[in-house]
Ligand binder design. Structure first.
Ligand SMILES: Nc1ncnc2c1ncn2[C@@H]1O[C@H](COP(=O)(O)OP(=O)(O)OP(=O)(O)O)[C@@H](O)[C@H]1O
Ligand SMILES: [Mg+2]
Length: 476
């Protein structure tokens, strides 16, 4: 009874297609999902031959036959078939032998349809074309190598940034793996591309970045290592990013999102310099420099077992840390002017200066989004500023002003140069300060705070909303 239940409810409804062949290459079992993917209309397909299901398969190409011959499983390979109803189906397969007394009696094939593979396929095709262009081209090689940044784009004069620049100059020609840590928006991508472009040898070869968080791990594996010619039909073999970035750099962004098994496979490639495409028995030597990045502190990753220790030590051959912007305030002014210049050109503006007041605000702000946030603030300020050549408080967007007003420190700073501001600015700042004080005084009770301020409760609420004031009792 349970067997039937398992068969009808579980086996026929799971995502995986299951098909089993005997030594005569005839089907002994296929679940409903399998029939659906393969376009099989007949109810009863027991005894039907492999060759009448996969019409264009030859004995040499069949993974099923390979597993019968070798007795070894083939785990996790990509396959592309045209099913019996003429539909192209992209599959991710694993094929296992079922043995009795050491002899393979059956072969079971498990597979899952991969959605979204076409997008990835197109991306790989573009990468392949780009790589060919890089090889052919003698001019503007850097522009064609897959990068947009060089060290000139990595702005900063703080001690930590100067040290980083010195360090990347000295490691750019080495082949060792690199691990880069930095909070979001600190410039990891800029730094990694700069390393590639500083290398005399690698800068003439491709730079390829892959975000490990962007793909399911099975797909990521085939993207990284490539896949062999399909087992059933005329599926085309594809090189992985390791091969495509040969002699260049492969940037594995957010390495901590890669699952532990795949990390083990990555480690093997790093140790041996050899890749084997999924489903292939052949190996290929690659000379691909791997640079990985994480925006979670490496010790936290190790502590929470998000990264294998052995992989960590391999990647960590060279460790680079980009400090958050709040810890290198010396860089803020230079970065701000760099981006003013950039957006002046882009939007055809001629802004020359940032007012002292705004610069003070910038210096005292915490920049949780780091350089990316500063860049965005400058972009919107350049956009807002018309007719004048200076960025002043009026040039700042409402959303950024709200963030500033929420920061108590900034309000203190603003209070110091009372006479430089317009009456309305001073009034707004004073109002926020007063509202915060009264909310604290009344232990976060809005009705009581409204009473203290002599305002209707509703008016106080609209002011809280306007200035985005936090109103829990812990407010400082
Ligand atoms: N030192 C810098 N000089 C100039 N621009 C910088 C610098 N650091 C970062 N930027 C700019 O900030 C933006 C974000 O940088 P980047 O993409 O390199 O950050 P990231 O550390 O990779 O962030 P995430 O973890 O979110 O991917 C980019 O537009 C980049 O040009
Ligand atoms: Mg990044």
């Amino acid at each position: 009874m349970y067997e039937n239940l398992i068969k009808s409810v579980i086996v026929d409804n799971i995502e995986e297609g299951i098909i089993i062949f005997d030594t005569s290459l005839n089907i002994v079992y296929a679940n409903n999902r399998c029939k659906e993917k393969l376009g099989i209309l007949d109810e009863n397909i027991i005894g039907v031959s492999l060759f009448s299901i996969f019409k264009s398969v030859t004995a040499n190409e069949s993974h099923i036959i390979k597993v019968f011959e070798t007795g070894e499983p083939l785990i996790g390979y990509y396959d592309e078939i045209i099913n019996l109803r003429g539909r192209k189906v992209n599959l991710f397969n694993s094929t296992y032998p079922i043995k009795e007394n050491g002899r393979t009696k059956y072969v079971i094939d498990l597979y899952r349809e991969i959605n979204g593979y076409y997008e990835m396929e197109n991306r790989i095709k573009i990468l392949q074309t780009d790589c060919k262009n890089v090889e052919k081209s003698n001019i503007n090689i850097r522009e064609n190598n897959g990068t947009t940044f060089t060290l000139d784009n990595f702005i900063g004069k703080s001690k930590s940034i100067k040290e980083l620049k010195y360090k990347i100059n000295s490691i750019s020609n080495s082949d060792s793996s690199v691990l880069v840590y930095g909070e979001t928006g600190t410039g990891k991508e800029v730094l990694v591309q700069s390393i590639h472009n500083l290398s005399k040898f690698r800068s003439c070869h491709p730079f390829i970045a892959q975000n490990c968080a962007a793909l399911p791990n099975t797909l990521l594996e085939s993207i990284l290592f490539g896949v062999e010619r399909g087992s059933y039909t005329d599926a085309v073999a594809r090189p992985g990013l390791f091969e495509l970035a040969n002699n260049g750099t492969l940037f594995l962004d957010e390495i901590n999102s890669m699952d532990i098994d795949l990390q083990g496979k990555l480690l093997r490639v790093l140790e041996d310099g050899i890749v084997r495409r999924i489903g292939s028995i052949n190996i290929k030597n690659v000379n691909t420099r791997v640079i990985a990045s994480t925006n979670v502190r490496p010790c936290t990753l190790l502590e929470h077992k998000k990264i294998r220790k052995d992989l960590f030590y391999r990647l960590n051959a060279i460790f680079l840390e980009i400090p958050p912007l709040r810890e290198r305030k010396d860089d803020i002014e230079e970065l701000a002017y760099y981006y003013i210049n950039f957006y002046n050109n882009k939007y055809n503006r001629s802004i020359k200066k940032i007012s002292n007041k705004v610069m003070d605000m910038f210096i005292n702000y915490q920049w949780p989004g780091n350089v990316r946030e500063l860049q965005n603030v400058i972009e919107s300020s350049v956009g807002i500023t018309e007719d004048v050549d200076i960025i002043c408080v009026e040039s700042l967007s409402d959303s950024f002003l709200n963030k500033l007003l929420r920061s108590y420190n900034t309000i203190e700073i603003l209070s110091n140069d009372l006479f430089e501001r317009s009456l309305n600015e001073n009034l707004a700042i004073y109002e926020v300060k007063l509202i915060k004080e009264k909310i604290v005084e009344s232990n976060g009770n809005i009705s009581a705070a409204a009473k203290l301020l002599g305002l209707p409760r509703q008016t106080l609420f609209s002011k809280i909303k306007k200035y985005n004031i936090e109103w829990d009792v812990n407010i400082k």
